[in-house]
Design a protein around this ligand. Structure first.
Ligand code: HEC
Length: 179
């Protein structure tokens, strides 16, 4: 009789317990669906769709690309990280009247020692040529008109023209090369 006890426990207790924990995740009881990168909550989506005002401005395609791509380094409000990532807020290069300069930076990257607001930077920004002409024009238009910046918007045609003209460029621009 005693010999049957262990298999009995295994079958009657552990198997249903395993099934319960792994299979019966009713309404996300054991795990949170919000942690799942693939799961899109219809509740959250509905709620954000109804918002207006300032929220709408921040949901522009340029703002979205900025958040997804540039903010990692240049930070959410373009303030940068002193000594590591230069600020885009107030950046003369980002707001340059010659918009091909920021376009070239995004298409091919930027490197070499620079001075900004009394701080020295000597980093390397990678090229973002995998972004479309539209995405680059949107994100630069957003950068050029946010956080106190005020420069003309960038058109997709501008990006297309610079992309074609600088196709042979294989390394990141240095500040001297941009002039
Ligand atoms: C992985 C980090 C990183 C990401 C992501 C990044 N950058 Fe940069 N960016 C840098 C670094 C580092 C520099 C300065 C390079 C140097 O020291 O010469 C820079 C410089 C710049 C400059 C020149 C600023 C100035 O005043 O000199 C512009 C404009 C710029 N980035 C725009 C962007 C935009 C737009 C995006 C998003 C599409 C972006 N960056 C994404 C790291 C990054």
């Amino acid at each position: 009789m005693k010999k049957l006890f262990l298999p009995f426990v295994l079958i009657i207790v552990f198997i249903p317990l395993t099934a319960l924990l792994s299979g019966c995740n009713v309404k996300g009881f054991f795990t949170n669906y919000a942690d799942d990168p693939v799961y899109n909550s219809p509740i959250t989506d509905d709620a954000s769709a109804g918002k207006g005002g300032a929220e709408t401005a921040d949901a522009s395609p340029g703002a979205t690309t900025f958040k997804q791509v540039c903010a990692t380094c240049h930070q959410a409000k373009g303030q940068g990280v002193p000594g590591t990532y230069p600020p885009l807020a107030g950046s003369a290069l980002a707001q340059n009247a010659d918009a091909t300069k920021p376009i070239r930076i995004v298409l091919h990257g930027f490197q070499g020692q620079i001075e900004r607001n009394g701080k020295t930077y000597n980093g390397v920004m990678a090229a973002w040529s995998q972004l479309t002409d539209q995405e680059i024009s949107d994100v630069l238009s957003y950068v050029r008109s946010s956080w106190g910046n005020s420069a003309s918007p960038v058109k997709p045609e501008d990006v297309k023209a610079v992309r074609e003209k600088t196709m042979s460029k294989t390394s990141a621009y240095t500040e001297a090369e941009l002039n």
